[in-house]
Design a protein around this ligand. Structure first.
Ligand code: GRF
Length: 216
């Protein structure tokens, strides 16, 4: 059973997927704290409904980025979590924060990184004319959506797709690969070999999700 802290900024559908996977008994995890940097984030309503502890930590209440990130890190540490999940958290975290949770911060990004790192990934994939896109769960380092990959899911990009339809297709897989990754952490199966992340005893080489999903 892994204890997780979740950082959010917005609507919180990935947070909801985690909450639902836990309540369905598929994901062996406990959410010790959700922190939002936006007091209006719809994600907070999801916390209220599910009885999950939450707090708002606003950038403007702190004089520097470091102070802001320290405040978040202290609250997370105080909650007892050992894994930090970025689920639509719209800020870059610095080295001070990351060094407090080494290789224990993960992010979900709506592209097959290193393609389309950064904002508006789905729109950029459509405009570029890519023929596949997808989503990635990766370990967070100081780069923008560039940390070591844990799992990726591939989605075909059709000529008739637009930003909205592609986002919808990708989101379905986001809601599966993020809980799956947390479950792998919970089972202690995540191993780092240099930069490469390997999920022990996972099935590799299968598409659309590689390594293969198990319960999700
Ligand atoms: C998702 O598309 C995620 O990949 C990206 O931000 C979005 C968050 O959506 N990092 P939600 O708040 O989980 O609904």
């Amino acid at each position: 059973m892994v204890k997780i802290g979740v950082l959010v900024s917005g609507r919180g559908t990935n947070l909801q997927a985690i909450i639902d996977s836990i309540s369905e008994g598929k994901l062996e995890a406990e959410i010790t704290l959700v922190i939002s940097d936006q007091e209006e984030a719809p994600a907070l309503e999801r916390c209220r409904k599910a009885g999950v502890p939450w707090e708002v930590v606003r950038r403007k209440d702190h004089s520097s980025k470091e102070d802001f990130e320290n405040a978040i890190a202290e609250k997370l540490e105080g909650s007892g979590c050992s894994l930090v999940v970025l689920a639509g958290f719209m800020r870059l975290l610095g080295s001070g924060f990351l060094s407090r949770f080494p290789d224990r911060v993960i992010n979900i990004h709506p592209s097959l990184i290193p393609a389309f790192q950064g904002l508006k990934a789905q729109k950029r994939a459509v405009e570029f004319g890519a023929r596949v896109s997808g989503c990635t769960v990766h370990l967070v380092d100081e780069s923008v959506d560039g940390g070591p990959v844990v799992v990726q899911a591939v989605v075909p990009l059709l000529p008739e797709d637009d930003e909205e339809s592609l986002s919808r297709k990708i989101l379905e897989y986001e809601h599966r690969i993020l809980p799956q990754t947390i479950q792998w952490f919970s089972e202690g199966r995540i191993e780092k070999r240099g930069r490469i992340v390997v999920v022990r005893e996972a099935i590799y080489g299968t598409l659309p999700v590689n390594p293969a999903l198990e319960k999700f």
